[in-house]
Design a protein around this ligand. Structure first.
Ligand SMILES: [Zn+2]
Length: 257
């Protein structure tokens, strides 16, 4: 990072190293003001240049979901949210789950709610860190996504938790697939962290709280592996820790990554 930045610096990196430890949170934008003190151009312009440069890089990304066999993603990729597909799954779920019999007569009414139905249509969400999906946004792993949760409400939680296995998909995301805005935001995060490392010389790495919203399917070729978290915090139930009874699926049982 320092080598990439060299042409844009008006002072050496040592200037930052001599600043002395700062009591600033890792995600505080104040770090960018510190970066500015050694730049020969406005920091905003630099973040745009770095954002553009990132379009030829890729980043390890994650997608949390709940599925019976992760192999489907390695064959088909991660498909954009399609309400028609989700509706078919919801109807099947209601047919099969006696505990949800109450919802059967209401299903068409629920699906007619355009706002609910089209929620997240055409999008795929990816994160740059898997920790958050386990510790603070576990509902994707526990309930298979917000669409079903919104359709069924709390009475549907237990039935949703019974099906499939919490699954974390790992992929290498080409940053050319992210938006210019996302790349610029990521550039800011990288510059902040660069300054924090130079100034504070920390011995720890913060979680990268960053979400990419894709408006395209994730091709299977981007996927590099998957795993099944064994314990997940349930944000919708006072962060109770839910254990995964059997953290495996046919895809990993066959020895696949
Ligand atoms: Zn598996």
């Amino acid at each position: 990072m320092s080598r990439w930045l060299r042409p844009y610096l008006c002072q050496g990196v040592r200037t930052l190293e001599r600043t002395g430890e700062q009591d600033i949170c890792h995600d505080d934008h104040t770090w960018l003001k510190i970066v500015q003190t050694v730049l020969r151009m406005p920091c905003e312009a630099l973040t745009e240049i770095l954002g553009e440069a990132l379009s030829s890089a890729s980043i390890r990304a994650f997608h949390g979901c709940r599925v019976g066999d992760a192999g489907v993603y390695f064959r088909e990729g991660i498909l954009r949210n399609d309400p028609a597909v989700l509706a078919a799954r919801l109807r099947m779920l209601l047919d099969e789950e006696e505990s949800l019999a109450y919802h059967r007569s209401k299903v068409e009414e629920l699906l007619a709610d355009q706002e609910l139905f089209e929620r997240d249509k055409g999008r795929v969400y990816l994160t740059a860190d898997d920790k958050g999906l386990v510790e603070s946004a576990g509902h994707y792993l526990l309930y298979g996504g917000e669409w079903f949760m919104c359709m069924l409400g709390f009475p549907g939680h237990e039935a949703l938790r019974k099906r499939g296995v919490p699954t974390m998909l790992q992929l290498d995301l080409p940053l050319s697939a992210a938006t210019t805005h996302e790349r610029t935001q990521l550039a800011k995060v990288l510059l902040q962290e660069w300054a924090r490392i130079k100034v504070n010389r920390p011995d720890w790495v913060p979680d990268l709280d960053f979400t990419f919203t894709l408006h395209q399917d994730v091709p299977a070729e981007w996927l590099i592996g998957h795993y099944h978290p064994t314990e997940i915090a349930d944000v919708h139930h006072q962060y109770v820790k839910r254990r995964t009874p059997d953290p495996s699926c046919p895809h990993c049982q066959e020895g696949n990554p």
